[in-house]
Design a protein around this ligand. Structure first.
Ligand code: FNR
Length: 185
């Protein structure tokens, strides 16, 4: 059986983003049978229906195709002001179009996230989850992965150094592999 292809992206454009670092850790710790590719959302412009009507910009074409080519999507979201950062929501909005044949429709989705605060992006994750009711995506309900006090879990180079978080991450990825096997189209 060929390996599951998972597309990962982080809702932060920051070079030293903890959420990008978490995705890189997921890449390193992916179970056998799962390969995670990371897409950089900096090429996705702000959604504009007029631009869309003229044809998706190159970055959007690449992003939507990468989702279509993947068996599942893994999103690492920060939390901004108790919600989903615009970078992540904007990417989801593009990938929800057109509604009749959206790249996100019927796609297995996993949400993870990291924050230096004590709630580890919990409210951002909950809000992001709501979007998948509209897109008809299969968002995994459990387990959750909330990396709190993220500045203590990664070294200055962005490597995950906390063993407990690593164990939760592996458990999450194994569950997401099973979820994706069950639900991929
Ligand atoms: C934040 N941050 C933050 N953290 C949190 O746990 N809850 C929150 O509501 C917010 N709100 C918030 C708003 C704005 C505008 C910024 C810039 C930041 C802190 C945030 O979690 C922190 O900057 C993370 O490091 C962002 O994720 P990345 O970039 O490290 O992936």
């Amino acid at each position: 059986m060929s390996a599951l292809k998972i597309l990962g992206f982080a809702g932060s454009l920051r070079r030293a983003s903890f959420n990008r670092a978490l995705l890189r850790a997921a890449q390193d710790q992916a179970p056998e049978g799962m390969v995670i590719e990371i897409f950089d959302l900096s090429v996705v412009p702000l959604y504009n229906g007029d631009v869309e009507a003229e044809g998706d910009p190159d970055g959007v074409v690449a992003f939507k195709q990468a989702i279509r080519d993947a068996d599942g999507v893994l999103m690492a979201t920060p939390e901004y002001n108790h919600g989903v950062p615009g970078v992540m929501k904007n990417a989801v909005d593009w990938a929800s179009r057109p509604p009749q044949s959206a790249p996100l429709a019927h796609k297995p989705v996993g949400i993870i996230g990291a924050s230096p605060g004590m709630t580890g992006s919990a409210r951002g994750q909950s809000q992001l989850r709501q979007a998948f009711e509209f897109t008809n995506s299969y968002c995994m309900p459990q387990p959750e992965l909330l990396v709190f006090r993220a500045h203590e879990k990664f070294d200055p180079e962005g490597r995950l150094i906390d063993e407990t978080t690593g164990a939760y991450l592996r458990r999450y990825l194994e569950a997401f592999m099973e979820w994706t096997h069950r639900l991929r189209v």
